[in-house]
Design a protein. Structure first.
Length: 93
């Protein structure tokens, strides 16, 4: 098996595993880690596609990487306390 084939299979398998984690709907942390693995899959696809000269697949995975990074932020880093950035959600006295 050639290096490029290993990259493509790795990207495919990590993408399938990430899809399972997101589809499980097992909570924000599991879904967030699904997006982390999706990001890894996108990075591998970008690398393999650039080596292979497949520019449309590079472009697609650059966009997907951006979406996945937003998913990581949303599910793993966003403040879920209910407070807005401008102030507390508690009523003032």
């Amino acid at each position: 098996m050639e290096f490029l084939d290993i990259l493509k299979w790795s990207a495919s398998i990590t993408g399938m595993f990430a899809a399972i984690l997101v589809a499980l709907n097992a909570g924000a942390k599991v879904t967030g880690w699904g997006f982390v693995i999706f990001s890894l899959s996108s990075l591998i696809w970008i690398t393999a596609s650039a080596i292979d000269g497949n520019d449309p697949l590079v472009a697609q995975n650059l966009v997907l990487l951006g979406i996945n990074l937003f998913g990581i932020y949303r599910y793993l880093f966003r403040d879920r306390s209910g407070r807005s950035e401008k102030g507390s959600s508690e009523p003032s006295s």
